[in-house]
Design a protein around this ligand. Structure first.
Ligand SMILES: [Zn+2]
Length: 227
């Protein structure tokens, strides 16, 4: 009787162990479905190497549990990079190192995928970590400069729309003045004449003679009140 009990218990333990091994094997063989952006793409035919921030890229954890046993791994996917497995150890090492500088996470066709300060990048120029650091910093500096220049141009009143309004060439002024006979097109007055844009510049009107007319300041004000 006791012997039978031991045999049943032993059989049960063997079944559980086999089950655990089988389930871990199937977990290990399992690969996540690639996202549509992660499909491999042909190598670039351009001669110019580039480095881009990859906003699609992410690392997603994936774990296996059986009774008290627990295993974890991570999958990297990037634009043009199908799921790439990282063991728990690799993941921990990379995630600490990317706080200090760019680290290579994966490669796919002609691209290398980098992780730095919680952002992902890819390059197709076989860059080194130092190259990636230099290019990313240069791009950020240029972006900041572009924003500053835009603010300065706006503050100086040099935005394109305002610039165009002031710039009716002298010969166009003379032509319009003669064509309109030197009088207001609306009331015939010869006082305080101004060049009026028939379709306002703000609505896309040009400074060509066909879009210009002479108006006295009173009629011009009335017209802009109507608009
Ligand atoms: Zn008038």
């Amino acid at each position: 009787m006791v012997a039978l009990g031991i045999a049943v218990l032993a059989a049960a333990i063997v079944v559980v162990l086999l089950w655990s091994v089988a389930s871990q094997r199937s977990w290990k063989a399992r690969t996540p479905e690639p996202e549509s952006f992660a499909r491999e793409r042909p190598a670039s035919t351009s001669l110019r190497a580039q480095l881009r921030r990859d906003v699609n890229a992410a690392i997603v954890p994936d774990s296996w549990r059986f009774l008290w046993r627990h295993k974890r791994r991570h999958w990297f996917q990037g634009t043009g990079c199908p799921p790439h497995r990282l063991s728990q150890e690799q993941y921990q090492k990379l995630s600490a190192a990317q706080q200090r500088g760019p680290v290579l996470v994966a490669t796919s066709v002609d691209r290398q995928y980098w992780w730095w300060n919680d952002e992902f990048y890819w390059d197709n120029g076989r860059y080194s970590a130092d190259d990636v650091r230099a290019v990313v910093l240069k791009n950020e500096r240029q972006n900041r400069q572009r924003v500053e220049q835009a603010h300065m141009a706006l503050a100086a009143g040099k935005d394109p729309a305002r610039h165009r309004r002031d710039a009716i060439p002298e010969e166009v002024r003379r032509f319009v003045f003669q064509r309109d006979g030197g009088v207001c097109r609306s009331c015939g007055s010869r006082e305080l004449l101004q060049f009026d844009h028939i379709i306002p510049v703000a609505l896309g009107g040009s400074s060509e003679p066909e879009n210009l007319q002479l108006l006295c300041s009173t009629c011009n004000r009335e017209k802009s009140d109507r608009l």
